[in-house]
Design a protein around this ligand. Sequence first.
Ligand code: SF4
Length: 435
Amino acid sequence: MSRTQDGAGDRAKSSAENSAQNRPQVQPKAEGWKQAVDAEGRPKLQFAQSRRVSQPPKHLADLTLAERTDWVKELGHPGFRAKQLSVHYFTHYTSDASEMTDLPAETREEMVAELMPPLLTEVRRLRTDDGATIKFLWRLFDGALVESVLMRYRSRITLCISSQCGCGMNCPFCATGQNGLTRNMSTAEIVDQIVRANRVIAAGELDAPSAEEVAEEQDHTGLGEEADEPSSPSGPQRVSNIVFMGMGEPLANYKRVMNAIRRMVDPAPEGLGMSARGITVSTVGLVPAIRKLADEDLPLTFALSLHAPDDELRDELIPVNSRWKADEAIDAAYEYFEKTGRRVSIEYALIKDMNDHPWRADLLADKLNERGRGWVHVNPIPLNPTPGSIWTSSEPAVMAEFLRRLEAKGVPTTLRDTRGKEIDGACGQLAAAED
Ligand code: SF4
């Protein structure tokens, strides 16, 4: 290439960079509602539920099999009934006493009422993607509403679940966070979302994805795709993958979420016998809890919802960043990889003129590469276009440039699947921006 051509190329490049640098900076702010603020005017954060909230009734899914056995005995029944009830719940996905014909007719109603009280009442069910996606709205015992979204793919079935009623993290783009944290969901309430979804699948109510969806899937792989679920020609017959991206910040409800995960991976009939690799725990960056999670000795998939590499923006976008900065969250994610050997995911919703600037892609790549190579995977998430809102999708060319820059610096990057969003599938952390 001649000097003159080189110079022209440089000029064209620098003018493109200049116009990229001159792109507007849209500031995050809540639309249609007011963020609660503390005495210093910072968005309020709430890490714990009020002591006064009432708790759901105890359910066998709250307990280990040994604890269930003790409970059954305390109620005056033989201990082995605990195992029989567990088989019905975790293997047949039923809480209906009339189906439990191996239990004595005279006591089965009473046992079920005591050990398996109803936890989730279905309020609404929305189907999309030709029936391959179902969004459930559940009412809990105290009237609180939570959601889960069930998605069938070619070789896996993913359920996006909630872990809290409301959320105390107060992200300005998130409808869930606007009223703060009502209460933590119990272990059994978290698990019951899966059991109920499995019942729907067993009843043949979740359809196969269309050929188009399958083709899309090959391009846009979802999270936690490594579940070792036995495959059959028609795909798995129960939930194989879990993502904690429904309502709530799972690491703010650490104890119950971990208990629920144990119940997911415990072999049947103690639990659901799922693969830990197929379970994705996602957080906005509660650093001490990320460290604790790394010590659990479970090969979970870990996802950090970063959404901005610089504190200036992230302080506004993810209020918990005022407590633990972007670098601290990335360090904790790196430590998670070091301890578990599991490659971590960085979630990054691309929002027009807010966080999609080319320099942010470069900064993100540099920050990840500084810590090492091969430890992380970035999942940019395209939002739906929302005309008139600041929470709208990046232009396709901007999105492509963002991905190109990450890849150019050697960071593995996959544009995330956005299944379920057509039905307002507010998988809290990510999709709420699309409300
Ligand atoms: S985005 Fe997630 S962490 Fe933030 S308020 Fe919503 S549910 Fe909570």
